[in-house]
Design a protein around this ligand. Sequence first.
Ligand code: CTP
Length: 407
Amino acid sequence: MFSGRRVVLGVTGGIAAYKAVEVCRRLVDAGAHVSPIMTSGASRFIGATTLSALASEPVQTSLWDEDSPIPHTRLGQAADVIVVCPATARLLSDYAAGRSSDLLTATLLATRAPVVVCPAMHTEMWEHPAVQENLATLRRRGVHVVDPESGRLAGGDIGHGRLADPATIVAAVGAALTLPDLAGLRVVVTAGGTREAIDPVRFIGNRSSGKQGTAIAVAAARRGAQVTLITTVAATAPSGIDVVPVATAAEMRAAVHQVAPQADIVVMAAAVADFRPVAVADQKLKKAQGIPEIRLEPTEDILAELGAAKPQGQTLVGFAAETTDVAANAQDKLVRKGADLLVANDVSAPATGFEHDTNQVAIYSAAGEVDSVPLSGKDAVADRVLDSVVSFRLLSAGSLNPQFPTS
Ligand code: CTP
């Protein structure tokens, strides 16, 4: 989502300016090119050196920088998104009035990129009609507002007006950057590893953390889809998504078959057990009883069932965690299970697959490899998977020239 995107980070003079440093770090970590601008007020709260050290280029503070005679138009035109964090009452007033009194306000007027403002101020100021009217004006013009939260404010006061959490701000910047290319589509995603009970205490499981599937569900929702996440790791489930918690392969199968027929896109990212114990012991197996013999039976292959009964227009995506012959195994699985796309990763490679926050995948269609995603955060991989889905659907509908892959 952020990879290669240019973000102008405007910092104004409020006590919350120190949190802009964390927002900057997170954006850079996510792959964004961050150009910071500080107002003179911001310089009273944090040092420019701090932000310069973490951002992608040095902080700019003035319209009258000798090297760049028109920094506001350069920054404003190049930006993919501008975020003002924190945004003081004064900044909101200047921006709403169209004043360009410094580099930040001039840049805000000189851009056509989406703008996100993150107000932070004392409760009395936040509630003042003038501030609320300025915000209403900005909202009407399409500016994204990340509302402040309640909590401790400067001077020890408690109330509404505290800057939103850095993670919330980064998510809002990501949302402002994203085209709603999945709007109106129903997406079903499975995540996590299933657990097949042996007795009331033990199960046969696998090392899947559910992070990649959850990231795909989150990205699909951000891109406008109505998302159902069928997951064995509901604790990590985000809001705004219909979450169906399951544990076993049989439960996952039942939940998937309930919603898949109506779905436009199904992504089987879960690591579903291939075998389960034929019988589950009622009581805990005791060591004194000797080494147990656990007979296994195969589970149903959910992806293959979906592939065999795929409704017209549905895009079916499978995953393959492999340790050898990744490309050949992936292609074979794609055909065998009737998937449209297959996301393969070599789980034996460093920092890839299970439990990691990063992943490295190759995405295949029946025509061959359509995208190869280098080691990236699972959020970035999620967007690349969905990019391939969107391209595949356009290609299938005949509205894309056949030079797929498109990236
Ligand atoms: N899958 C499924 N139901 C199963 C097993 C797997 O729907 N009972 C799906 C997974 O969600 C994944 C894909 O099939 O999208 C591939 O899973 P994988 O375990 O790699 O495939 P297997 O068929 O188990 O192949 P193998 O064990 O031979 O590698």
